[in-house]
Design a protein around this ligand. Structure first.
Ligand code: DGJ
Length: 710
């Protein structure tokens, strides 16, 4: 049959290949057997439009009548070949993977579309353009797009700023283009991990939803476009600086992957597809995610061996497993004004090098991790005093400073090699298991030798990660970028977790983590217990609220824990133990979020894949609308099984009135999954910024498979 039909996880993409161009018939619910379905059925021709029917092309192009954003924008240096006409040359499908080759013979261009659908329904699409002409081809943009179903009426995406990443914004899907352009040279604090469109009021667990993510860490656009002639399209493409990309004869350009998911069960269904695919990657971290102690909010730049040793011993006593020495250890780095680029240990502060601290950390049974920021330089550094031309920029001046720093021109092979050699030496000469790889500024006006290089700079960074990973495969790398400004599936091809935000305020983190985890499974999302009074917001939170929030991720501590009193130590130790007890569940199960009518409350959980166990957090984030939270559903359980439910944290009496705690929280209750998921349980009255952790376990004699009335 003349079609490409990719299926998985209850979803399907059907492309009609019977015409001259690939036409997308359907992306949505699985269609079952499509043998014999009518192909080549064309749209009618409306008044005042081309005399040929417009099709919903996989690769939209003006030359066949598409009047929205075309997939390809480019031309020959003189301006010719500005509107290519691609037709299908050949195509093939092997199970869940397909390739379609298109040729624009008159313009000397070839476009290869590669697609795959995972067993869980995650779709990946990318294009590769080859210049088959004897002239160069100036590429201004190549978008990857997918049409969504007609039921979508709302757009939900995320935005933010430093310390407030991934906050939702929603609006109607009207005609026009909802365009997000990210010109940060990095992924960006305002970058939305998902662009979602769906049926009216789609929510955590309800509604039909389509979503995309573009796996790239530099300048790019993401859009939802609705024209009068066609269904809404979701798309993305890299943004190039003027004249940045000219394809030489025979040369090719390949886009990053556009990842896409469809769900009939709201946002949780999208996340399930992404999480499952991400976890299947061969590079996905598979060892238990160690409890981290990061020194940043504990000591900042004030590095002192005795203090840090004491911190390491305190961490060891609490059960911490990885100690990360943050910014401040290298030459002249007493503040953020100097030192970036000189990746050697500061001899004044560390006269005996890092080894005394590393040995202390290892003696405590912890791994040692180190902060670096390899793509950046301070002008006040030896490397820039020696090589002032290694600053990336337009050439005749340096770009505006940001945190007193500039970007090192990694497109320059000598600069790249210098950075690689220094990091390679660090990793070769010390027992370092982990790098926290930071990137603390936007990359603007990037240039190499007077020509724009924003795309090449990202490629060079990726090569640096890849080369270091190859040379030191046992070293894990965290992608940090002043918090969460480099969170995308491009960087996660070469790193092992992200630093989610510089905001360790648990209240803010409830939102930031929830939406970051719409894309990423919790084990990739760094979540730390910060100081009692948040350094970024000034808010004060109980330790239990901070711990409950941090447990739903890759748990760590970022706090000067040397001076904890006995009660604080005991509570933090209990949280560490609880995380260790449940991390295999948290880091392999299915993420769920209840739809609650009062948005003062949030209920999230992780249900084991066999649905025998789950951990939920129920938190209050603002003053509640109603007097009681009422019955709150615990979604995702097997409706037929019976479960025992108990509050497992905080462990002791809650620091507020006992009468708020209802009997089941003390004694535990048993109910069926159907009952718990639909009727739910009455929850305690929580004050704003309080929470509980609820553990649910299948009872031993559970009648699986039988419908269980309760
Ligand atoms: C920004 C990061 O997000 C912080 O966690 C910390 O590492 C600082 N940079 C250090 O300069």
């Amino acid at each position: 049959m003349s079609s490409v039909y990719l299926r998985g996880g209850g979803c399907a993409l059907l492309i009609d290949m019977s015409g001259t161009v690939p036409a997308v018939i359907h992306w949505g619910r699985d269609l079952g057997d499509v043998a014999g379905i009518p192909l080549g059925v064309v749209n009618p021709v409306p008044h005042s439009l081309y005399d040929a029917p417009v099709v919903t092309e996989l690769v939209p192009q003006a030359s066949t009548g598409w009047r929205g954003r075309p997939a390809l924008i480019g031309h020959r240096p003189g301006g010719t070949d500005f509107s290519p006409r691609f037709v299908t040359a050949d195509y093939s499908q092997d199970g869940g993977e397909a390739t379609i080759r298109l040729l624009a013979a008159d313009e000397g261009l070839e476009l290869r579309v590669t697609m795959s659908m995972s067993s869980g329904g995650l779709l990946r699409v990318r294009h590769e353009l080859t210049n088959n002409s004897r002239d160069g081809y100036v590429l201004d943009g190549l978008n990857v797009v997918l049409p969504v179903g007609p039921a979508a009426t709302e757009v939900l995406d995320l935005t933010g700023r430093w310390s407030r990443e991934q906050h939702p914004q929603r609006h109607p899907l009207n005609q026009g283009t909802w365009l997000r352009e990210y010109r940060h040279g990095r992924t960006g604090h305002d970058s939305s991990v998902l662009t979602m469109v769906g049926t009216s009021g789609f929510s955590n667990r309800r509604g039909e939803v389509w979503a995309t993510h573009f796996g790239y860490s530099g300048n790019r656009s993401t859009f939802v476009e609705k024209t009068p002639a066609a269904p809404a399209m979701l798309g993305s493409g890299q943004l190039f600086s003027p004249g940045e990309l000219e394809l030489a004869p025979g040369a090719s350009y390949r886009t990053p992957w556009l990842y896409a998911a469809y769900s009939t069960d709201g946002i949780d269904g999208l996340s399930a597809a992404f999480h499952e695919w991400i976890r299947e990657r061969p590079t996905h971290p598979r060892t238990p995610r160690p409890v981290v102690l990061n020194t940043w909010e504990a000591v900042y730049f004030n590095h002192d061996l005795d203090v840090l040793r004491e911190l390491a011993r305190a961490a060891g006593r609490l059960g911490v497993e990885r100690f990360v020495l943050d910014d401040g250890w290298f030459k002249n780095r007493r503040s953020d004004h100097a030192g970036l680029g000189d990746w050697t240990v500061d001899a004044d502060v560390w006269p005996a090098g890092l080894d005394p601290l590393i040995h202390e950390v290892l003696d405590q049974g912890m791994e040692f991790g180190l902060w670096v920021e390899p793509e950046m330089i301070n002008e006040d550094s030896d490397v820039i005093r020696e090589h002032p031309d290694w600053i990336s920029g337009p050439g005749h001046r340096t770009p505006v400073e940001w945190r007193h720093q500039q970007v090192i021109d990694l497109v320059n092979p000598d600069a790249w090699q210098h950075v690689f050699s220094q990091l390679d030496a660090l990793l070769s000469n010390h027992r370092i298991s982990y790098l926290k790889w930071d990137q603390n500024r936007d990359l603007v006006e990037e240039g190499h030798d007077g020509t724009p290089s924003s795309h090449r700079q990202v490629e060079a960074s990726y090569r640096l990660f890849d080369a270091l990973k190859r040379a030191h495969p046992q070293v894990e790398i965290e992608s940090c970028s002043s918090g969460g400004a480099r969170v995308d599936l491009g960087i996660l091809e070469r790193t092992d977790r992200v630093w989610t935000s510089d905001c360790n305020d648990a209240l803010e983190r409830q939102t930031i983590q929830r939406w970051t985890q719409a894309l990423l499974p919790p084990e990739l999302v760094g979540t730390h217990v910060g100081p009692t009074q948040s350094h970024t917001t000034g808010r004060t939170h109980s330790l239990s609220f901070r711990a409950i929030t941090a447990i739903f991720g890759h748990f760590g501590i970022e706090w000067d824990i040397r001076g904890l009193d006995d009660a604080q130590s005991a509570e933090l130790q209990a949280a560490v133990a609880l995380y260790k007890q449940h991390r295999s569940l948290l880091h392999s199960g299915v993420a769920v979020h209840a739809d609650l009518s009062d948005d003062a409350y949030l209920l999230q959980g992780v249900v084991s894949r066999d649905r025998r166990e789950a951990l939920y957090s129920f938190v209050c984030v603002r003053s509640a609308r109603d007097e009681l939270p009422g019955r709150v559903p615990l979604p995702g359980l097997d409706p037929h099984s019976r479960y025992r439910v108990a509050v497992v944290f905080p462990t002791g009496a809650m620091p507020y009135e006992q009468r708020n705690i209802i009997p089941w929280t003390v004694d535990s209750v048993v109910g069926s999954g159907a009952f718990l998921g639909e009727a739910g349980l009455p929850m305690p009255i929580l004050l704003p910024e309080q929470g509980i952790l609820v553990h649910v376990i299948e009872v031993a004699d559970s009648p699986r498979g039988a419908v269980d009335g309760d």
